[in-house]
Design a protein around this ligand. Structure first.
Ligand code: HEC
Ligand code: HEC
Ligand code: HEC
Ligand code: HEC
Length: 208
């Protein structure tokens, strides 16, 4: 091969590697990176939420959870046109994990068995969820049949590789993680699972 051609190939491959690296969003440096928070004495990123051993079993199915969990009772979303009202429950699974910081009842520093913390998240959804998008209710084909303003989650593409059911629901339910990625893997604003520019996130499920 001619030397200039080799050089061009090396440059193209090199640029590709740089692009790949810079486009991969992650928790590091995001608003969930507490490694430099003054209440996080260990300075680790994962530890305020996870531990490899002695994890809390308070919330069923939680991923090696290292935090005190919320014991609040929540006021649930209700509206006459809401068709999920027959299955909506107290926050379940992954939503309860989020609320263990974002309902404002559990201190950020209450992890690793410590419960005397006094630093709180300032972005709180609180314990009154009547004014928030409904969570912890079943979103299945039957709901989409009942409400034609919804796509069928088992067949509609989420834009993230598979269906709404596979990519956005947790055990068939809408949860906080239907819209947010706690580890900032998409890099979208507000830790969203995908950009909401032009309401793209809303229009993933709502056929409006
Ligand atoms: C602010 C809290 C928080 C921090 C910090 C955090 N996580 Fe998580 N993690 C969660 C929550 C909540 C879930 C469950 C929701 C989900 O699966 O997206 C989860 C789920 C997971 C899972 C299982 C599901 C999956 O995504 O594969 C793994 C593995 C994981 N986290 C690894 C990590 C690692 C490694 C770190 C540190 C680099 C970390 N997390 C930091 C909150 C956190
Ligand atoms: C360890 C406690 C903790 C957990 C668990 C946690 N968060 Fe957060 N989150 C925070 C803090 C602290 C901030 C920074 C702002 C503040 O102080 O409220 C934040 C910021 C955010 C933001 C704003 C991001 C931005 O850049 O604008 C969103 C959205 C968010 N969290 C959603 C979630 C969701 C959804 C979950 C569960 C999947 C979750 N959080 C779990 C503590 C937590
Ligand atoms: C239907 C999608 C959706 C669901 C479900 C959802 N969020 Fe959000 N969230 C958003 C969007 C979009 C934003 C961006 C700001 C805005 O539009 O208000 C946001 C913003 C936030 C913020 C930061 C700014 C603010 O307005 O307070 C926090 C914290 C947050 N969400 C936490 C949560 C938690 C905790 C849950 C579960 C209890 C949750 N979200 C469920 C879509 C959602
Ligand atoms: C993961 C899928 C999903 C996403 C993403 C989503 N929604 Fe929803 N949303 C639903 C489902 C399912 C319902 C329940 C609809 C029903 O039964 O009436 C709902 C309910 C609602 C309702 C209440 C309807 C009522 O009758 O009370 C409004 C308003 C709404 N969503 C707006 C939004 C907006 C705005 C966004 C974007 C920020 C959004 N949704 C993102 C699935 C989603």
């Amino acid at each position: 091969m001619r030397r200039s051609l080799v050089l061009v190939i090396v440059l193209i491959v090199g640029a590709g590697v740089v692009l790949l690296n810079s486009s991969r969003a992650a928790i590091t440096g995001s608003s969930h990176d507490f490694s430099t928070a003054n209440w996080n004495f260990g300075g680790e990123i994962c530890q305020p939420c996870h531990t490899p051993h002695d994890a809390s079993l308070d919330i069923a199915g939680s991923p090696l959870w290292n935090r005190q969990s919320t014991s609040a009772t929540f006021q649930l979303y209700a509206s006459p046109s809401f068709d999920g009202s027959s299955t909506i429950q107290q926050p379940s699974g992954t939503s309860k994990l989020c609320l263990s910081c974002h309902d404002g009842t559990v201190a950020l520093d209450n992890f690793g068995g410590f419960t005397g913390g006094n630093n709180f998240a300032f972005l709180q959804v609180g314990t009154d969820l009547r004014n928030d998008h409904p969570i912890s209710f079943v979103y299945d084909s039957a709901l989409a049949t009942k409400d034609p303003g919804l796509y069928d989650p088992t067949t509609q593409n989420s834009g993230l590789g598979s269906t709404i059911h596979m990519d956005l629901l947790h055990e068939g339910k809408v949860e906080c993680t239907s819209c947010h990625n706690v580890h900032n893997e998409s890099g979208a604003d507000y830790l969203l699972v995908k950009s909401n520019a032009g309401s793209a996130l809303c229009l993933t499920c709502h056929n409006k």
